[in-house]
Design a protein around this ligand. Structure first.
Ligand code: 3HC
Ligand code: NAI
Length: 691
């Protein structure tokens, strides 16, 4: 409790007034913090004993930004711009003392202070672009005045913070303070400013360096692909351009106008929703945040194939020893070799040191015996997707693993309860469904079996956090959340190319929607022969026929598309003819298919499937489903995920279109009862949670 208000305190040390903001968890600029700051600066300025002011925060961080939860609500208390004006125009120097993260509005407040001091571990940045926004409190006008236009462009469009040492080099901070001694160092710095009669440095008075028209043109060109579909990066660039070309006050007006535009748009609403959805996904209903977890000090991985290798890397990189088991030497050597090569590639790109490679590889123990997993706390099975093999593995594990060890399966589709039943300890069994490449993709589906113990679930969530994954809990059903929703999209994509579209039409529509690639490009990339064999192929599907012709995707130089040696793809006339012949054989009268129909038929059944998943309690919340699709399948974050997108379109409109397709395409399109109910009630899928 502070002496200014509930979250702000003013103390006087010698001739320095120290304002402390203490508003957990991250000192976001809520109305209370803004009011407190405003009053505290006023009081310090009015106190004749105070000659300089330090602004410092309690807890884990300096101000981490505007309070995102206030966005879209009626304004309360002093505006941030008013608080900043009070600070910047104060007649006494203000020193920001930074630890943790000075982000967004937090850094913008620091930029209206006259000096900045930080501990070496501090990070400073303007991450608004990640929320579909731009720094709306002068950040785009002040930052380039210190770090120059080029660096500012980089910082505002990436949203990535820089460390305190880099900030010192660019002039963003004036001095570094020893770790743990920030307050004393900042007070000493402030006293020195007074003693040396240093000027009240106002960032707004500086010139922007390096803002030539060529810089902006080149930056736009070089990043066009990265910014594809997003509105915020371009608005951020425009603001830096304004800083470079307009007087400060005009630049501020431009920033304000563009900020308001983004703030009222769908993209930012979607991205802000995703920010909270991601944090929400980590919470399991009826399981308190501080639930007991099991200690995971050593991990076992069974299978050193595509997934086993990537899964192992997650733990090795986090410093957790891994024993990896294969049945034969050759696949074991190959798997370990791939892990090493991946680390070496990272090292070649400068992302990992040579010692880092050695350290990670030193934590890996290859083995051909399941017995070597006896002392593991968590064992993850990633063998072939075959129930008999998985049951056999779990049956053996049951005899080997120590009591309390968590036994996990990386199965994509199989019934985790059936796998658990192969052991005498189903309470210790859980699904841990990683996404390929498992060392890269952020998503982890945690599959909760009927008997999975609460502490096993809690441990799985904690482990996910430790290895940098976003975990979402799913129930046991075919394909869990993600793959279950992928199925109807795939079904419709295949039907559409029979009825009249071409693979490249479907791919283009989904790419333009914002996916990194369409389903046929994806199939070519993954290989058309997954689950296909020459011996059993009957040429019944287009895919069978392509594989029979050895058009198995990128790896054979052709699939749905033709590829050149640089893997550039072109639509294949041969495939086009095959599709026409195939349709004729099946008696399908091809017709022109609009882009709208392609999009609706690929996406609306996914929304419908998501509603069924919620209705069956296979996901806790609509927002969890969105997190799965954004992090596992590249759903464009600016569309908020399939559930949020359904809400954006309007659930009644989705239901109406589904019914229309139902009349021509059959009951695959029958709307789920939950979807119909929410549409009728004006409810939202993205807000839906299972009680
Ligand atoms: N507003 C409101 N709540 C916030 C918040 C913010 N800016 N930042 C974090 N929180 C909340 C989180 O929702 C979470 O709440 P919960 O515990 O109830 O789930 C809690 O604080 C802790 O957050 P994290 O779990 O993310 O904690 P970490 O320690 O992992 O990370 C962080 C801390 C680096 C500060 C991270 O939270 C973060 O990146 N926050 C967002 C920073 C940001 O985007 N700032 C810009 C805001 S927009 C802005 O400033 C506009 C301005 O230009 C006008
Ligand atoms: P893979 O074929 O690349 O690797 C499987 C490995 O397991 C092989 O190296 C094989 O030799 C080994 N193996 C088989 N039986 C074994 C046993 N009894 N003991 C020890 N090792 C054994 O297969 P992949 O792609 O890695 O898939 C593994 C699992 O992960 C499957 O259940 C799959 O459904 C799932 N999965 C796959 C994804 C993908 O994109 N490939 C994505 C997510 C899950």
């Amino acid at each position: 409790m502070g002496n200014i208000n509930a979250v702000t305190d003013l103390a006087v040390e010698g001739n320095v007034g120290v304002i402390t903001v203490d508003s957990p968890p991250v000192n976001a600029l809520s109305a209370d913090v803004r009011d407190g700051l405003s009053a505290a600066v006023g009081k310090a300025v009015a106190d004749p004993a105070v000659e300089a002011i330090v602004l410092i925060c309690a807890g884990r961080t300096f101000i981490a930004g505007a309070d995102i939860s206030e966005f879209g609500k009626p304004p309360r208390g002093a505006s941030l711009h008013e608080v900043q004006a009070t600070m910047e125009n104060a007649p006494k120097p203000i020193v920001a003392a930074i630890h943790g993260t000075a982000l967004g509005g937090g850094l913008e407040v620091a930029l209206t202070c006259h000096y900045r001091v930080a501990v070496p571990s501090a990070k400073l940045g303007l991450p608004e672009v990640k929320l579909g926004l731009l720094p709306g409190a002068g950040g785009t006008q002040r930052l380039p005045r210190i770090v120059g236009a080029a660096k500012a462009l980089d910082m505002v469009t990436s949203g990535t913070p820089i460390g305190a040492k880099a900030a010192l080099d660019t002039g963003l901070v004036d001095d570094l303070a020893p770790e743990g001694e920030l307050r004393a160092a900042a007070v000493a710095f402030a006293a020195k400013i007074v003693a040396e009669k240093r000027p009240l440095k106002k960032v707004r008075d500086l010139e922007v360096k390096g803002g030539s028209p060529e810089l902006f043109a080149e930056f736009r060109k070089a990043n066009a692909r990265r910014f594809r579909g997003y509105e915020a990066p371009e608005a951020n660039i425009k603001c830096i351009e304004a800083a470079a070309t307009l007087p400060f006050d005009d630049g501020m007006k431009r920033e304000r106008a563009l900020f308001m535009e983004l703030m009222s748009g769908v993209q930012s609403a979607a991205q802000r929703y995703v920010f909270f959805a991601e944090r929400q996904a980590a919470k399991i209903p009826n399981l308190p945040d501080d639930s007991a977890t099991r200690a995971i000090r050593k991990v076992g991985v069974i299978g050193a194939g595509t997934m086993g290798g990537g899964i192992s890397m997650n733990f090795l990189s986090a410093g957790v020893p891994v024993t990896i088991v294969e049945m034969k030497q050759e696949p074991l050597d190959r798997g370990v070799g791939t892990i090493r090569r991946n680390y070496e590639n990272s090292a070649a790109k400068g992302k990992l040191s040579a010692e880092g490679v050695a350290r990670n590889m030193g934590l890996l123990t290859p083995s051909m015996s399941l017995e070597d997993l006896a002392d593991c706390d968590l064992i993850i099975e990633a063998v072939f997707e075959n129930m008999d093999i998985k049951k056999d593995v779990f049956g053996k594990l049951d005899k080997i693993a120590k009591p309390g060890a968590i036994l996990a399966s990386n199965t994509s589709y199989l019934n985790v309860d059936e796998i658990a039943a192969a052991t005498a300890r189903p309470q210790d069994v859980v699904g841990l469904h990683f996404f390929s490449p498992a060392n890269v993709m952020r998503l982890l589906e945690v599959v909760r079996g009927a008997k999975t113990a609460p502490d096993v679930l809690a441990t799985a969530m904690a482990v996910a956090k430790k290895i940098g994954k976003v975990a979402v809990v799913a129930g046991v059903c075919h394909g869990f959340i993600g793959n279950r929703m992928l199925s109807p999209r795939q079904r419709e994509a295949n039907k559409l190319i029979l009825e009249g579209a071409m693979p490249w039409d479907v791919d283009r529509v989904l790419y333009d929607f914002g996916f990194p690639m369409g389903p046929f490009q994806m199939a070519d990339l993954a290989g058309l022969d997954i689950g296909w064999s020459k011996e059993t192929s009957k040429g019944e599907t287009l895919r069978d026929r392509l594989c029979e012709m050895d058009r198995r995707g990128q790896k054979t130089g052709s699939g749905f598309y033709d590829y050149d040696e640089k893997r550039n793809r072109t639509p294949s006339p041969l495939v086009e003819k095959m599709i026409l012949d195939f349709a004729a054989e099946k008696g399908v009268n091809r017709r022109p298919i609009s882009d709208d129909e392609i999009l609706e038929r690929c996406v609306y059944p996914m929304i419908n499937e998501g509603a069924k998943i919620l209705d069956e309690g296979m996901a806790y919340r609509g927002s969890d489903i969105d997190i799965v699709w954004i992090n596992g399948y590249g759903w464009p974050v600016y569309r908020g995920g399939p559930m949020f997108y359904g809400d954006t379109v309007g659930l009644q409109a989705v239901v109406d279109r589904l019914k229309q397709y139902q009349s021509t395409q059959g009951d695959d399109f029958a709307p789920s009862p939950l979807l119909e109910r929410l549409a009728a009630e004006g409810g939202k899928l993205s807000q839906y949670s299972v009680k």
